[in-house]
Design a protein around this ligand. Structure first.
Ligand SMILES: [Zn+2]
Length: 454
């Protein structure tokens, strides 16, 4: 397949010679609940992983939690709990929400505070090689020592310097230098290091953990495009300086961000819809279709209507899986649709085009089934392709449980109507329920109900 590489600014042919894809995706800073914008990279890299697995690769997916930084410290202090308690509560909620969106779990979710010795070892190596220096308990990366700094974000040092905020920090040799280790301030959590108690900077944790869990060369490093600079630029500088090997990452893959009222959806701007609220309001398929209906590298504008309308689209796919009453007609050939789908996905994960083929196939199945065509094999293809996009077209198993209290309420109401000899109204309740797929059976023990699809 071809995949756009931010480093070369081109689509390049993707392959992994030994069949294993090492994929590192920058994860969340769990200082508060996840918002829907956080689900975008999760869904994009879930689909990339599913597609690579479909192509026969084994994907090893590692995604970190940044469980210590300024925002974590501040939020934990406000709630009077430890940063660990805060991180673990939000990480558990995040994983639940991603499960609800049918996102495959990463093979490993390292936490920065769980890997402090590895981080310290890497910083120490950078200091020994002259790429970093310590001052008063802090350690900084010496950006000008790195000859190709700026190659990912395509910036040069002079323009960076001109654009840099003039920070009053007499510790740094150069304003471009960035922190690898921050000395402890009063009341902050800290870990021991050769430079005194402190905590790691954000960038170094991803370099250290990707090295620890995936090795010196990654096949794919992913995240939102807002991470290209400085986070990913700094990761390259640290890792390539430490290992003395290039490239650290073969493919840099970045997704566009979710926009709300023309701004990036972000906690700091306060223009968010929480992931939990979205999951309660929309089906997982609708949320996935909303994200996949636009190319992953483009920014995507959130609106309630655009997500809600995807529920009807998901229903059309689901309808195409209804069994045929009569299969005496011709068998439909789903191959051209499958080929188009694969072509689209091979072209830098073009999910809008892949979805168009999927909907074309669904339309063809619905049309031909009504004419008595044998659609069984085509339905299998539909299921297979929908699975690559992480859509679940089977009726959710929990559906009976979800509606149970409401059906019970109507069943009881009907019994009361019958006792009051309001038979016309009682029959209307029964018939209307039947129209919604719920049938009632009156027996000696009272009335039992079931869903037709059960
Ligand atoms: Zn990262």
């Amino acid at each position: 397949m071809n995949l756009y590489n931010t480093l070369s600014r081109k689509k390049e042919r993707f392959s992994a010679p030994d069949g294993e894809v090492k994929m590192y995706v920058c994860g969340a800073t769990p200082y508060s609940a996840a918002h829907l914008g956080n689900a975008m990279p999760s869904i994009v890299f879930d689909v990339l992983r599913r597609y690579l697995e479909f192509k026969g690769y084994r994907v090893r997916h590692v995604q970190n939690f940044t469980d210590i930084d300024d925002k974590m410290i501040q939020a934990a202090a406000e709630r009077q709990i430890s940063t660990t308690e805060l991180a673990e509560a939000n990480a558990a909620a995040y994983l639940d929400e991603m499960d609800a969106l049918n996102i495959l779990r990463a093979h490993k979710y390292p936490r920065a505070t769980g890997d402090i010795p590895k981080i310290v070892e890497m910083i120490d190596g950078l200091v020994k090689q002259g790429f970093a220096y310590s001052v008063n308990g802090d350690v900084y990366f010496r950006v000008r020592r790195d000859k190709d700094y700026g190659k990912l974000s395509h910036r040069n040092l002079d323009s960076l310097k001109a654009g840099a905020r003039v920070e009053v920090d007499e510790n740094k040799e150069d304003p471009l230098d960035f922190a690898l280790w921050k000395s402890q301030k009063p009341g902050e959590p800290a870990w021991d290091s050769p430079w005194g108690p402190g905590r790691p900077g954000w960038h170094i944790e991803c370099s250290a953990m990707s090295l620890a869990y995936l090795g010196e060369t990654l096949d794919i490093h992913g995240g939102g495009r807002d991470l290209i600079f400085p986070h990913h630029e700094n990761e390259i500088a640290q890792t390539e300086s430490f290992t003395n090997k290039t490239p650290f990452v073969r493919f840099w893959v970045h997704n566009g961000t979710l926009q709300m009222n023309e701004d990036k959806m972000s906690k700091s701007l306060g223009n968010i819809i929480s992931a939990r609220e979205a999951i309660q309001r929309f089906s997982p398929n609708a949320i996935r279709l909303f994200f996949l209906g636009s190319h992953y590298r483009s920014p995507l504008a959130y609106s309630e209507e655009s997500v809600a309308s995807q529920d009807r689209a998901a229903e059309r796919l689901r309808n195409a899986l209804r069994p045929a009453a009569d299969k005496t007609g011709e068998t439909i050939d789903a191959t051209p649709y499958r080929d188009q789908f694969i072509d689209a996905m091979d072209d830098d994960l073009n999910t809008p085009r892949a979805l168009a083929s999927l909907f074309d196939l669904a339309r063809e199945i619905n049309r031909r089934r009504d004419g008595g065509g044998d659609v069984g094999a085509a339905q299998e293809v539909l299921r297979e392709l929908a699975g690559i996009l992480g859509l679940t077209l089977e009726e959710p198993a929990a559906r009976s449980d979800d509606i149970a209290p409401f059906v019970r309420l109507l069943v009881d109401l009907r019994s009361e109507l019958r006792e009051a000899k309001q038979f016309t109204l009682a029959d209307k309740v029964r018939d209307d329920l039947a129209g919604l797929g719920v049938s009632l059976e009156d027996g000696p023990e009272g009335t039992v109900w079931r869903l037709h699809s059960d």
